[in-house]
Each structure stands twice: as structure tokens, then as C-alpha cells.
Design a protein around this ligand. Sequence first.
Ligand code: ATP
Length: 361
Amino acid sequence: MRIVVLPGDGIGPEIAAAASSVLRAASGRYQLNIELEEHAVGHASLQQFGATVRPGLLEIVRSAGGLILGPTATADFKDESSGEVNPSKYFRKSLDLFANLRPSRTYPGLRNRFGVFDLVVVRENTEGFYADRNMEKGNSELLVTPDVVISLRRITRHCCERIAHAACRLAMNRRKHLTIVHKANVLKIGDGMFLEVCRETAGAYPLLAVDDLLVDAMMAHVVRQPDRFDVIVATNMFGDILSDLTAELSGSLGLGGSLNVGANFAMAQAAHGSAPDIAGRDIANPISLILSTALLLAWHGERCGDARYETAARAIENAVAAAMQSGRATRDVGGGLGTAATAQAIVEILQSDKAIAAAAR
Ligand code: ATP
């Protein structure tokens, strides 16, 4: 399996190096023969090639078995016509990675004020309130006068259907409970259609328990009792905000794994941003990107019917849990280690027989 790694901006290079070292260890341990190929993206690419995503990079990515994209400085990139494309949007849109899976769970040994839980936010990734995603050409935010802005949201039956199916399938492999999050009382037509299509789609999965909540009420429910949720499906913006919240409820934003999945390709990406406030200080939590990488391995294994990848993915998740339980983690989750040392601790656990035995169970 050839995987392209694009480290990105801010804490991106530090956490991408951490995820790569864990991936190399997993590859060695499970004979996955993974080949990592690194390329510049974001500011590094802008400096070198005059574009945040250089010409030809998409073809390189397409020919690989998967992509690891570090966070990039999205807010800095303002002018697409001068090469400042948002790399995250670019790959999600170009590769039609319509489902963004964002799991959040608590860990033994890590103080959790909100109880024990394990849920996944399934976020639609290709339309909604994301102005740079909705149009074939141009952007769906319009400056009417210097003081007036109109932002348009696109919702299509097709995109609602495919994200609903992705969420239902995932829920069927978990605790068989789907919650639809929406704002159909105000966005009556757009979220009305999202809700209706999700309910209709879920009807084809008779074993699923299905409920729905308004997004504002959801904020209260998920903080009050996160363990009542299993799989949550939401439109783009709501899913993005909700999944940052659920990651933080699990202990830290730095724990939120994220996989962007399309029909034939997947991209691992941390759920958080480039965190410029802590960049270059070896304090960023690398676990989000490490868990995202595990999700990529599991996706690949399921797709090609090779159980070794899924076993390796489980071993990485177990090693992460063991590192946190023994306090070998970054300070945002109460540990005393830096980014690189946390990755090293996970590598050491992964190489020990205990992780192998747990993953094989
Ligand atoms: P961007 O503009 O790229 O979205 P941001 O700082 O606005 O960056 P995030 O990167 O999501 O947004 O960060 C939000 C907060 O969470 C920041 O205080 C950041 O330091 C913290 N944070 C984000 N990721 C991590 C991480 N991996 N480890 C520790 N703290 C993190």
C-alpha cells in the first residue's frame, strides 16, 4: 500500500511525523509493506511551487492507496486565483470524499467529566454551508455591497441519500442506533429534505433504531448524556461543529480522528485545525492524526478483504488507549510527554506482544 503524506501547516509537520512513525511500526509488525511518500502542501508548497496544491499532486494522490493530509492554514488562503486553494476542500471535492467519519470515545485512565461514551459523527462533506464546495465554478458567498453578504447553502437529494446510507451501514456494524441532527424547524426546505431522506433511507435498515434532534437541542443532549448516542448523521457545517465538541468531551480536541471517504478513495485527516498557537513547540497531541491513520488502514483492509490491515488498525487504537492509560501522552490529556515522545510511546506499545494479543482478540 502506497500512502501519500502531506504534512501541512502549523502543527501539521509534527503530528504527520508522529503518525508516520506509528504507521511504519504497524507496517513492520504486520508485514503490510506500506510505503510512505511525502509531498509539500499549504504554505510550504506555496513557497516552493507558487500554489498550496501544486499541479500534478492530485494525480500522484489518485495513484496511491490512500492519503494522510495534515492540517493546513485554511484561514490564510484567500485567493484561489493566485494559487491559494484550501487543500482540504481541494482533495475532498476533487476525490468526491463525501462521508467524513469522526469517532469520539472516552478512555480508561483519562478523567472524563461527561461519562463513558463511544460515538461517531458522520458528516456530509461535499455541500451545505461550505461556500467553496457548492459550485462547479466560483463560490457561494457573494458580496452584494461592501456591507452586504449573501451565503448560499446547497442541499441535494443525492448527497443526502449517500451520506444517510453511509451512516446507516456504519450504525448496523455498531450499536444499531442512528440519530439525525438537523434544523428542519427553520431551514424547512433544505434540512426538511435532509431529515426526510435520512428517515426514508433508514427505513431500508429495519434493525436500526432511528431518532432525530434539532442541532441546538443536540448541543445540550450530547453534553448532558453523550452515552445515549451511537452514530450521528449531520449536514456539513453542523457535523463539523458537533464533532469538535464530541472530541473535546472525550478529553481533548487532539483526540478526534477523522476519515474522509468516497467510493474509491479515503483521506485521513485530523478533526482539528493547524493550531498555530502551539505550533513548533512539541506539545501538540498527535493522537487525532494517528487514529485517523488507523481508520485509513481499516478502510483499506475492508475494501481489499485483507484482515491484516484491520488487525493493525485495532492494534494502533489499543496502543493509543494503553499509552493514555499509563499517562504517556501530551499535556492536553494530562500527560507529561511531547508530541514526538507520545508517538514513540505508542510505537513501543505497538511493538510489544501485549498490543498484538489485544488486537487479535
Ligand atoms: P485553524 O485556523 O487551522 O483551524 P485554529 O487554532 O483556529 O486553527 P484548531 O487548530 O482546531 O483551530 O485549534 C483550536 C484549539 O484547540 C487551539 O487552542 C489549539 O491549540 C487546540 N488544539 C487543536 N489541535 C490540538 C492538538 N492536536 N493538540 C493540542 N491542542 C490542540
